[in-house]
Design a protein around this ligand. Structure first.
Ligand code: DGJ
Length: 334
């Protein structure tokens, strides 16, 4: 028997109201309460409420999209590079795996830059075998910031071993450089200039006699600051910074920039990148990994402000919680 179901008008009205309320009210969604600060070393969830799995990477800001993109090692499944996007640096949406490592045995420390000449995103990474003896750089490209990135080639830059990498694009010249832990299991850091399209290394490649992993670079008032960790596997150690007036050196060793670091282990972290936050004066964001002894997918991040003091010293201080109000917006007078 055919049966007609009729909902009285007032019930339909209440049902519609409930559906609208449920779909817009946060209590019915999986998202955690939006963050308004950084909590270094703390639990950091993406907008789906899942642990952010994005280690050893970097952040870029894409002005045309008014969006930050955070790239890093996706240490869970699938192994490779992950990408998260954000409008405020606190709340990150998972954009998924932008490069699956496939047959690459070791894929570490991806760094992405935008190349305006070919309108594409270029990712460099540590390409290796399972015992870190291949020691190469790999490069991949994508037309979109959210991938997919396609591997182009891998190489030993000018014949040198290459493991941990850092990248720096000079905002004035747009030239890009890779600082890489090189030779004799990372006994030194070399700095190599890239071609204009960022797709290959040039022979401008020098030993800058800095020790020895996790290089991060910033520039202030014509001085380059290179921050590096020591070499102790996944265990944190005291960092060292160096300064130079030319990115290719010579560099002068300055010391440990972590102030009041009781554990003498870079606040239990290893550097992976220094991000200059656009729109704020001298806003340098230290990005560090808290590997927790073994590069697990659920290891944490230590993000802290980097200060360059009036007399040109690099300093990092511990904050249990902090936010961007610590920096002066560029348009405001001091
Ligand atoms: C230290 C490096 O910084 C990490 O990226 C990773 O390669 C570990 N060593 C492996 O022990």
């Amino acid at each position: 028997m055919l049966y007609k179901f009729r909902l009285p008008a007032f019930r339909a009205f209440y049902l519609l109201g409930f559906v609208l309320f449920a779909s817009t009210h946060p209590v019915y969604s999986q998202q955690p309460t939006p963050y308004t600060s950084f909590k270094p070393g703390g639990e950091w969830l993406d907008t789906d409420g899942k642990h952010i799995d994005c280690h050893g990477g970097n952040i870029i800001y894409v002005d045309s999209l008014k969006t930050y993109y955070w790239y890093g090692e996706h240490r869970g499944v699938p192994r490779g590079a992950s990408c998260y996007s954000s409008k405020d640096l606190y709340n990150w949406k998972n954009e998924g795996a932008v490069l699956e490592k496939g047959t690459i045995e070791t894929f570490e420390r991806p760094k992405v830059v935008y190349d305006a000449t070919k309108d594409q995103y270029v990712m460099w990474f540590h390409f290796d075998g399972n015992r870190y003896t291949l020691a190469e750089l790999g490069v991949a490209v994508s037309k979109s910031p959210t991938g997919p990135f396609v591997v182009q080639h891998h190489e030993r830059p000018n014949g040198h071993e290459s493991r941990d990498i850092g990248m720096y694009v000079d905002p004035e010249t747009k030239k890009a450089y890779i600082g890489y832990a090189a030779d004799h299991t990372n006994r030194t850091i070399r700095m190599v200039e890239l071609s204009g399209d960022y797709l290959s290394t040039t022979t401008n490649d020098v030993d800058i006699e800095a020790h020895c992993e996790g290089p991060g670079i910033l520039k202030k008032k014509g001085t380059y600051y290179l921050l590096t960790s020591g070499c102790s596997g996944w265990t944190p150690n005291p960092a060292t910074y160096y300064t130079a007036t030319n990115i290719l050196g010579p560099y002068t060793k300055q010391g440990n920039p972590f102030v009041g670091d009781a554990g003498n282990n870079s606040f239990n972290s290893q550097p992976c990148y220094i991000f200059k936050i656009p729109g704020y004066r001298d806003a340098y964001l230290y990005m560090g990994d808290r590997w927790n002894g073994g590069g697990r997918p659920d290891s944490q991040y230590v993000f802290l402000p980097i200060t360059i003091t009036e007399d040109g010293k690099m300093e990092l201080h511990w904050y249990k919680e902090w936010d961007l109000s610590m920096f002066t917006p560029e348009r405001e007078k001091r």
